[in-house]
Design a protein around this ligand. Structure first.
Ligand SMILES: *[C@@H]1O[C@H](CO)[C@@H](O)[C@H](O)[C@H]1NC(C)=O
Ligand SMILES: *[C@@H]1O[C@H](CO)[C@@H](O)[C@H](O)[C@H]1NC(C)=O
Ligand SMILES: *[C@@H]1O[C@H](CO)[C@@H](O)[C@H](O)[C@H]1NC(C)=O
Length: 418
């Protein structure tokens, strides 16, 4: 300011040059990012001869699975910034995704025209608003209600529910999501000390007229047999002698979790068709004996006697719920989380330079976190991680390597633009 107090030609020229340099610098960055974006999201993916064969091998167990994403155009940025890069690096190229949008929303309609043309080439479906009183005119409650009706939208045997801020953190192989062909369910068990989940367990218990077994909003993707969800609605309609939407209207508006309700049903009526894992919260590194357990939760005695050792064994998760990470707003957080997963999933071999800051034998803590609940205190978690990565490396092929390579390049440059 002082410098230019008396406007002179010399001052004007200096100022002009400085501004020009700044603008061209920013423009270069922008163009570079845009090129990177085009490279990553618009490249055809079938540029290696061997892929098809390998893809088949990898795909078999996912053939019956469609990922279900209930979103609206308000969440477009999350979809592009959080979910998509992680899908791209860690899922097989032809993952099936269904995006469900609001039927009455014109911006959703516009988005619905665009989405199927770009990765991951989702099928788009629309959901009518029905009677908004059912979900108390709240978008979030509406979304939860719609999760109970996947039979409208899903064309395969299994639905895999996701959120726009689900971030995959490791190569997704069938063993991570299915054991012996059965979908994995990871529930959080222990003292419910967050007020929200204390209340939420009350809702589940009240809906079923029996104690909640664990918190089911505790992993992604939540994979269920679609027909079991249809059965669940019928079961509750009989139990309450009213329509499912009336039941939903009665209980929503208070803390409620659609996933706790669904997993409760699967535990109660289809225990042998799913593989359950009880993520015990880390009180005293597992030395918790039921003190302060929520009154609406199954007792500690139940955990000791009715939960098998297998069900108590730590299971690596494929993803995290990103916006619950304490530093989620800071861009390096996502980059570092993705990069760690990329290195473990093949990066140590494919792009050693980008991974030399990491120790191959170390724990990848994100595998054992959901929101703020840690499971890595369990000594067995590192072993389970090693088993997982041994299988990932066994299933390495040209296709997975090229996804990992892409991740290595990109994780250093990140950001994504819709
Ligand atoms: C992915 O591609 C493979 C090979 O082309 C195919 O067999 C499989 O059915 C596809 N999977 C999905 C989920 O579309
Ligand atoms: C169920 O509700 C209907 C009316 O909605 C009522 O006529 C019927 O008696 C109820 N059945 C039971 C078993 O409560
Ligand atoms: C454990 O399971 C048995 C058999 O299903 C059941 O009768 C019993 O009530 C359960 N125990 C607890 C503490 O819930």
């Amino acid at each position: 300011m002082n410098f230019c107090r008396n406007i002179s030609l010399k001052c004007f020229i200096t100022y002009f040059i400085a501004v020009w340099i700044c603008i061209s610098f920013l423009a270069t960055c922008y163009v570079y990012e845009l090129q990177l974006y085009n490279y990553i999201w618009k490249q055809p993916q079938d540029d290696c001869v061997d892929c098809e064969h390998h893809e088949k091998e990898n795909q078999i167990a996912f053939e019956d699975l469609e990922l279900y994403l209930r979103m609206t155009s308000r969440f477009t940025k999350q979809y592009y910034d959080f979910l998509l890069p992680s899908l791209r690096y860690f899922w097989p190229g032809n993952v099936s995704v269904v995006v469900v949008l609001d039927e009455e929303n014109s911006q959703d309609k516009e988005l619905g025209l665009k989405l199927p043309g770009t990765y991951p080439y989702p099928r788009v479906e629309y959901q009518s608003p029905i009677d908004p009183g059912i979900y108390h005119h709240k978008g979030h409650e509406r979304m939860q209600r719609d999760f109970f009706y996947p039979d409208d939208k899903i064309k395969k045997k299994y639905v895999g529910f996701l959120d726009t801020d689900t971030v995959f953190i490791t190569r997704v192989i069938p063993d991570l999501l299915f054991e012996e062909g059965k979908p994995v369910i990871i529930g959080i068990y222990g003292k419910s000390d967050e007020p929200y989940f204390r209340k939420e367990s009350l809702t589940t218990a009240s809906v079923f007229k029996s104690k909640e077994v664990f918190r089911g909003m505790s992993f992604f993707p939540v994979i269920m047999d679609v027909s079991h969800i249809v059965e669940l609605r019928i079961y509750l309609e009989k139990l309450h002698n009213k329509s499912f939407d009336e039941i939903y209207k009665q209980y929503s508006g208070e803390p409620i979790s659609q996933f706790s309700i669904m997993t409760q049903y699967m535990w109660s009526f289809h225990r042998d068709k799913y593989k359950f894992h009880f993520h015990l919260k880390s009180y005293n590194n597992g030395k918790w004996h039921g003190e302060g357990n929520s009154p609406n939760r199954q007792s500690y005695e139940f955990y000791q006697t009715n939960v098998t050792d297998d069900q108590k064994c730590p299971k690596p998760r494929s993803s995290i719920h990103y916006r619950y990470h304490p530093n989620w707003r800071k861009p390096p957080t996502l980059r570092n989380i993705l990069k760690t997963g990329i290195c473990f999933s093949g990066g140590f071999d494919v792009c050693p330079d980008q991974c030399k800051h990491l120790n191959r034998g170390a724990l990848q803590p994100e595998l054992y976190f959901f929101e703020s609940v840690d499971w890595s205190w369990d000594k067995r978690s590192l072993d389970e991680q090693k088993k997982h990565y041994a299988k990932v490396l066994e299933q390495r092929n040209a296709d997975t390597d090229s996804a990992i390579k892409l991740g290595c390049v990109e994780a250093n440059k990140l950001w994504f633009k819709p």
